[in-house]
Design a protein around this ligand. Structure first.
Ligand SMILES: Cc1cc2nc3c(=O)[nH]c(=O)nc-3n(C[C@H](O)[C@H](O)[C@H](O)COP(=O)(O)OP(=O)(O)OC[C@H]3O[C@@H](n4cnc5c(N)ncnc54)[C@H](O)[C@@H]3O)c2cc1C
Length: 407
């Protein structure tokens, strides 16, 4: 029996894979798309994004209008908050995952869940990709292995962050098999562990200005809410700071962060520190800090300064903590590093080495701050790959069976 040859095989039914399938099906009705997804449901990670609300884009992203048009075309209405973060109107991430899955299925995509892509290769002579897939059974004997043939492959397997959600870095292994390099990978958008014992502050939240200092100079600064934990610091501004904490060449996890210090300014709005010293801090130390910072913070600062007014004022603006590490892959939202952009035709998301091989989403060497930038990257790259494929198919024409004619 003749084997079916799909137009596209998408490895990973997450944000970018589903967007790619939905758009390709819309632009090229009848296109045959096979999606292999490790999890039991497609779009599993989308459900966890934005604390279940799915911060799907940001007004600051140059491509957000195109992305919003796409979402509107699949029935997702959105709203934007004061900070420019864009969410589904219902603020329910499930609606986004379901709309994407529904749109992909509606255009005829086949989605196989609970199925792991174990390898992928290109047959130069046939000009076909062969994707090896294992479907897990209850026992080893019940595992099924088979392969899918396709004219194109989209590697949309995500990064290494949040492995419980299916992303265990498989895509990088596949990329290397196609001679692509992968830049140094690190967990990002994650909490930071500190050398200082901050457990007395655990649970305290404060609106601060956070800076990352290296060799006396600031390389990152952001206003936001910090959360103290028993291992260190967390919160959106800390997550954003983690993107800049690169372990220098030749260092290890043990001493990799020794050059970094995080400076917490508890009074970002106060410029006139001298009058603060005169009017408040010269008085009785305990009451001087009441209503300025939360009690555990006041106690820690006064413990460090002994109540000296000048030093206390200085420490309110320059509370230093020293990172000992990042919280790691299990707790990170994204991966820093990936397939270098200069190995891809970025207008198509296609490999420069293998025609018909595409990379979308987090697998590429892109990382954005919190606020919808990473999902935006997933949608944008997924749509770009779909449009490149549709335009190629349009140019090349199809035969009567809806199959693309060979050149
Ligand atoms: C907790 C959390 C919250 C987040 N919140 C936000 C947010 O609010 N806004 C934002 O912009 N970004 C957010 N992100 C980041 C964002 O979710 C990712 O950057 C985005 O989902 C990446 O899209 P992707 O398509 O590359 O990969 P994913 O969405 O991760 O999808 C990849 C898929 O590939 C599958 N897969 C992997 N390997 C294989 C294999 N071998 N075979 C078959 N399938 C495989 C995985 O199971 C997964 O479903 C968050 C991330 C996390 C973890």
């Amino acid at each position: 029996m003749e084997r079916k040859i799909y137009d596209i095989c998408i490895i990973g039914g997450g944000a970018s894979g589903l967007a790619c399938a939905a758009e390709a099906g819309k632009l090229m009705p009848g296109i045959s798309v096979f999606i292999v997804e490790k999890n039991d449901v497609p779009g599993r990670k989308i459900l966890s994004t934005g604390n279940g609300r799915c911060n799907l884009s940001n007004m600051k992203c140059p491509g957000h209008e195109d992305v919003l048009r796409f979402f509107s075309s699949i029935g997702v209405m959105t709203r934007t908050d004061d900070a420019g973060r864009i969410y589904p109107y219902s603020e329910d991430a499930k609606d986004v995952a379901e709309a994407l899955t529904g749109a992909a299925l509606q255009t005829g995509a086949e989605i196989m869940t609970g199925a792991v892509c174990t390898a992928c290769s290109f047959d130069e002579k046939e000009r076909l990709y062969e994707t090896q897939i294992t479907v897990k059974g209850d026992s080893a004997a019940e595992h099924k292995a088979f392969s899918v043939l396709s004219r194109r492959v989209v590697i949309a397997a995500g990064g290494k962050a949040a492995p419980k959600l299916g992303t265990t870095g498989d895509g990088y292994r596949l990329a290397r098999k196609f001679y692509h390099s992968v830049t140094t990978l690190a967990p990002a958008l994650t909490a930071v562990e500190t050398h200082e014992d901050l457990s007395p502050l655990s649970g305290v939240r404060a609106k601060v200005r956070l800076s990352l200092i290296v060799h006396g100079g600031s390389i990152f600064e952001e206003d936001g809410e910090i959360q103290f934990t028993d291992y260190g610091i967390s919160g959106i501004c800390v997550f954003d700071m983690s993107r800049f904490m690169v372990i220098p060449e030749g260092r290890t996890l043990i001493n990799g962060f020794d050059d970094y210090a995080a400076e917490i300014d508890f009074l970002p709005d106060v410029r006139d520190v001298d009058s603060l010293v005169r009017e408040r801090l010269a008085g009785e130390p305990e009451s001087a800090l009441r209503s300025v910072v939360k009690k555990p913070v006041a106690e820690m600062i006064l413990g460090r300064t002994g109540g000296d007014p000048e030093m206390t004022a200085w420490m309110l603006k320059h509370f230093m903590v020293h990172p000992s590490g990042l919280r790691g892959w299990d707790h990170a939202e994204i991966t820093r590093g990936g397939v270098p952009l200069n190995e891809l035709k970025m207008d198509r998301m296609e490999s420069k080495y293998f025609p018909g091989l595409f990379f979308t989403g987090e697998i590429i060497d892109f990382d954005g701050p919190c606020g919808g930038f990473n999902l935006e990257n997933a949608w944008e790259t997924g749509l770009r790959a779909a449009r490149a494929i549709a335009s190629d198919m349009e140019t090349m024409g199809r035969d009567d069976n809806g199959r693309q004619q060979e050149e």
